[in-house]
Design a protein around this ligand. Structure first.
Ligand SMILES: *Cc1c(COP(=O)(O)O)cnc(C)c1O
Length: 244
């Protein structure tokens, strides 16, 4: 099992390198993020021992459960799941350095209030629903600029870029459109020169579509199943409005 995780990480790194070569990018521009939902702390540690440093959970509960066990290996925690406002106080206990899934103003405002009270700051990405699927979280593409303008003055929050989950489809060109849209929104925001807004990060691409994402400008790819294997819990449990 250890060998599988280690081999899988090597395979992913090769895929990243090949995708970079095809689009004339430097692999150093791409951060590999391990999406660890449903994965035990033991198995996450195997991945961290290979030299991986960036992991992310979707639920505060899982972050909490694994937190102690993972302390022995230095790493960086992002958060990539739907964040309920009643979990803000809790998430701030676990050393998360970036919340990639900020998709609404009330979440940003409440996060800001709490961070200000604790004298902390937080990097964030704005999650965009580029696939236009109703079931997915994320701000609608035509509302991203307004949201960024509204969040920018909240001084504890540092906007670093955008995140999206592409359409889960076998049709590469449909998936590519999602990533191109994210890139386009990024470019529009860059042109606006909004104070306190940095747009360097594009978090897009997962196990099935990271090559397309890299070709379209991803700087962070988020990989779960291709490293840790299939999950028993369906992704709808983590991604859909209809599920708690
Ligand atoms: C689970 C998850 C991933 C990784 O998906 P895989 O298909 O398992 O690689 C990436 N991003 C988010 C937001 C996720 O929830």
């Amino acid at each position: 099992m250890n060998a599988t995780i280690i081999n899988n990480i090597n395979t992913i790194q090769q895929r990243i390198a090949q995708a970079c070569a095809r689009s004339h990018r430097d692999p150093k521009e791409i951060q590999l993020l391990l999406a660890t939902k449903t994965v035990t702390a033991e198995r996450i540690k195997i991945a961290l021992q290979t030299g991986q440093t960036l992991i992310a959970e979707n639920k505060v509960q899982e972050l909490k459960e694994k937190y102690e066990d993972l302390q022995e290996i230095p790493h960086n925690n992002h958060f990539i799941g739907h964040l309920q406002t009643n979990k803000i106080k809790e998430i701030l206990k676990y050393n998360v350095s970036c919340i990639q899934s900020v998709d609404r103003l009330d979440l940003a405002q409440k996060l800001h209030q709490r961070l200000a009270a604790e004298n902390k700051t937080m990097d964030i990405l704005i999650q965009v629903n580029t696939s236009f699927e109703e079931s997915k979280y994320g701000v609608a593409p035509d509302q991203v600029i307004d949201l960024v303008r509204q969040i920018a003055p909240l001084h504890t929050l540092h906007i670093k870029g955008l995140m999206t989950i592409g359409l889960l489809s076998a049709e590469a060109e449909q998936v590519r459109k999602c990533f191109q849209l994210l890139k386009q929104i990024q470019q529009e925001i860059v042109m606006l020169n909004i104070p306190n807004v940095v747009m360097t990060e594009l978090s897009m691409g997962m196990s099935g579509d990271l090559e397309i994402a890299i070709a379209e400008g991803a700087t962070i790819v988020r990989v779960g199943t291709a490293i840790f294997g299939q999950r028993n819990t369906p992704d709808s449990y983590y991604w859909n409005e209809n599920q708690i």
